[in-house]
Ligand binder design. Structure first.
Ligand code: FAD
Ligand code: NAP
Length: 337
């Protein structure tokens, strides 16, 4: 294991703010996971494993070791007439992996095209888009359990997957994911129920879409609507869509009939956080070098040199303002350090 000292974190996270860490290392095999944890235990430093840094916000220097996950490899474990199981290294780029599956004709992940990040981070918040969550294709997770100092394989049912959450998000830093096993389908049922996908396919005159058509539609929608992190620092949706009770929904719906909301059970509704933020007047608002993105209010962007603390403070203002207007508390989706 090689460690570098006093390293700027700027190249390692999408907000690209200027915070630093004391030590930095790259993890390219499972032994290095164990070695880096042992080194931190012996030296009494905290350790944080990251992927590509597309969902983190550093509000201060990290006093400890940042370990960047770079374990690679895609291995076929099993194949039948209808499906196959792949074991994928945590450091693989998510979109490259999805594109690889789409090219091979293996379905299940196409709606998750163009989500930034690594394969190893995908289960952490159970990434989701356009009606699909990654948990639907996860068979099991290989991880190092830092509490019991042991390697484990967690089957899907033990990962506590929920809406943008999982066991790994609920108990942060305990499980270090090294490989994810996916189940993919050779005759997939395509999911085109989200309006944006339907519209693109309709505009192109595609009545019976292929796997490639759906993936291409998602790439097109996302490219048009979301900021390019290479040009504007951002972490995608900064907040989760709040889940509220049916009673609270009915009161809000009466006062704000244009509010975007979807029932998720007989008792709860999911409210589009982007709508709440926009209705509270934040869309396109900029303060210094941090702002609320003009095309999608759920995304906070950095326009240049800015500290993580300024981004965090800006998000606090949004949370307060949305609460004042709607009595709904927004929760950050981004992982704050
Ligand atoms: P990082 O940001 O590096 O890490 C995220 C968290 O996971 C951190 O807490 C880190 O400690 C932990 N972690 C990372 N790797 C490991 C590992 N191997 N083992 C243990 N812990 C680990 N998300 C969605 O769900 N849907 C979307 O549609 C979506 N769109 C986005 C669009 C944009 C433009 C951006 C910038 C982000 C978007 N995101 C979306 C959020 C983000 O892409 C995902 O959360 C992604 O999975 C993060 O991957 P990462 O490798 O960058 O993780
Ligand atoms: P959108 O299509 O404008 O929709 C606004 C919100 O309404 C979304 O958050 C979505 O919830 C919900 N929604 C829309 N159609 C729905 C349906 N048919 N059934 C249930 N819920 C519905 O959203 P967007 O901002 O352009 O994003 C499109 C998709 O990409 C969404 O799924 C979103 O989650 C995902 N995305 C996520 C991130 C991130 O960082 N997490 C960033 C960009 C985009 P859901 O969010 O639950 O789907």
């Amino acid at each position: 294991m090689t460690t570098e000292q006093n390293i700027s974190l700027k190249p390692f996270h999408f907000f690209a703010s200027e915070e630093k860490c004391n030590f930095f290392t790259r993890i390219q095999n499972t032994s290095q996971v164990h070695e880096s944890i042992k080194w931190c235990n012996e030296n009494k430093y905290p350790i944080l494993f990251i992927g590509s840094g597309s969902n983190v916000l550093f509000t201060q220097n990290f006093v400890g070791l940042i370990a960047k996950m770079e374990i690679m490899g895609i291995k076929k474990l099993n194949e039948t007439a209808s499906s196959l199981i792949l074991e994928v290294g945590a450091g693989e780029n998510w979109h490259h992996f999805v594109s690889y599956c789409v090219q091979k004709g293996w379905g299940g992940l196409e709606n998750l095209s163009l989500i930034p990040g690594t394969v190893g981070a995908s289960p952490i918040q159970n990434i989701g888009a356009y009606g699909v969550e990654v948990q639907e294709c996860i068979q099991s997770i290989n991880a190092y359990d830092t509490l019991n100092n042991t390697w484990i394989t967690l089957p899907n049912k033990d990962c506590a997957f929920g809406y943008r959450t999982s066991l790994f998000k609920q108990v942060p830093n305990r499980y270090i994911i090294t490989h994810v096993e996916f189940i993919l389908h050779k005759q997939p049922k395509l999911r085109t129920d989200y309006g944006a996908i339907r519209d693109v396919l309709h505009d192109k005159g595609i009545k019976n879409p292929s796997l490639e058509n759906v993936a291409a539609a998602v790439v097109e929608i996302r490219t048009n609507k979301l900021p390019d992190p290479k040009k504007l620092g951002n972490a995608g949706s900064f907040f989760k869509n709040p889940i509220i009770s049916k009673d609270q929904f009915e009161v809000l719906d009466k006062n704000f009939p244009t509010m975007v909301a979807y029932p998720i059970s007989n008792f709860e509704y999911k409210i589009a956080a982007g709508w709440l933020i926009e209705a509270a007047g934040w869309k396109g608002i900029r303060k210094g070098n941090v702002g609320c993105y003009e095309k999608q209010a759920l995304v906070i962007v950095s326009y240049g040199i800015v500290s993580g603390k300024e981004i965090f403070d800006f998000s606090e203002e949004i949370i307060h303002s949305v609460y004042e207007k709607f009595k709904v508390t927004l929760e950050r989706e981004v992982n704050v350090y």
